[in-house]
Design a protein around this ligand. Structure first.
Ligand SMILES: [Mn+2]
Length: 328
């Protein structure tokens, strides 16, 4: 029987041990290997996937997890508004970085899938720091082992393209096309929010998504309606289905988060990003990711700070969902 809060899973007190001290793990949590996580009693595992070989334009997201870890040490333990204390009600640990092969996509997809399948089989909820957006595909192969899940996806782009270059089906612009084809996500319960920017010829990705039943909410619709109304619709679409959340940092306006491969102007500010994630509270959340933070494009580190602040927001709603399932 687990007891909460578990002293093994508490970050050192920021009042005793300054947050800038020590070797950085995610949110100063214990570092546990994925294969040891179940035995140790982990409920939620934060993992890095340092991968950007699925990138079709500007790379650098392979450096995301390390900088996100560094800046995550700034995070305190309790959410200021919801008062959720994720470390008190769930055992959260840093499960390290998945070992990737930077020159082999198929090999990497297999490695990531293997790790996530094992975690999910053992009841561990994954929270992932990318990495480019292709990594959501093998993560979903792990998360959706028992059938398709619903998904709420924040992004400038649909990532529903079919192929790139010489017919390549596995890039960061294609993960959700593959995920629908593989039956990992139920297109009738997929909501994409924030879509904008210039398009490839023909808008084929959007037409294909709509034909599958994906609800695509452009940034123009988002701003016309406001975040509360848009999130109420998103919640209604996923209902009580197991729901995955994928957050591409390029959803955020590039004035706040320039450090990403394919920024698009005209996006939400960081306050609105907090609100849309807080609006996920109460959903049956089974995993989440924050992808596409590319440190080389933001020497200030500010983009990673935005990214990790939103990872904490994601962690709070995931923790709440995980604790709720425990008492169900
Ligand atoms: Mn994306």
């Amino acid at each position: 029987m687990k007891q909460y809060p578990d002293p093994r899973f508490q970050p050192p007190s920021a009042m005793d041990y300054p947050r800038f001290s020590g070797v950085p793990s995610f949110m100063r949590l214990p570092l546990i290997a994925p294969e040891d996580a179940a035995k140790a009693g982990v409920d939620i595992g934060i993992l890095g996937v340092p991968w950007d070989s699925g990138t079709t334009n500007r790379p650098g997201a392979r450096h995301g997890p390390r900088q996100l870890r560094d800046l995550s040490t700034m995070i305190r333990s309790t959410h200021a508004v919801s008062e959720i204390s994720p470390f008190a009600q769930t055992n959260v640990a840093d499960l390290g970085d998945v070992s990737v092969n930077p020159t082999d996509t198929a090999d990497t997809l297999g490695r990531v899938e293997l790790v996530y399948k094992s975690l999910v089989l053992n009841g561990i909820v994954p929270l992932t720091a990318g990495g480019d957006h292709l990594i959501s595909l093998p993560v979903l192969r792990g998360v959706a082992q028992n059938g398709p899940v619903a998904m709420i996806h924040f992004d400038s782009h649909t990532d529903l393209n079919d192929t790139y270059f010489n017919g390549d089906k596995y890039t960061h612009g294609t993960p959700f096309r593959r995920a629908i084809e593989e039956g990992l996500i139920d297109p009738q319960k997929v909501v994409q929010i924030g879509i904008r920017g210039t398009n490839y010829e023909g808008l084929e990705d959007i037409a294909w998504g709509k034909a599958q039943g994906v609800r695509i909410i452009t940034i123009e619709e988002y701003f016309a309606r406001g975040y509360a109304d848009v999130m109420a619709e998103a919640r209604a679409i996923v209902g009580d289905a197991p729901t995955y959340v994928s957050f591409d940092i390029d959803y955020v306006d590039p004035s706040f988060a320039p450090g990403t491969g394919t920024p698009e102007i005209g996006g939400p500010n960081t306050f609105e990003c907090q609100q849309v994630i807080r609006a996920l509270r109460g959903l049956n959340l089974v995993g989440a990711d924050m992808v596409e933070v590319s440190p080389p494009f933001d020497p200030s580190g500010g983009t990673a700070w935005v990214g990790v602040s939103l990872i904490f927001e994601l962690l709070c709603v995931l923790s709440d969902a995980t604790a709720t399932r425990r008492f169900a």
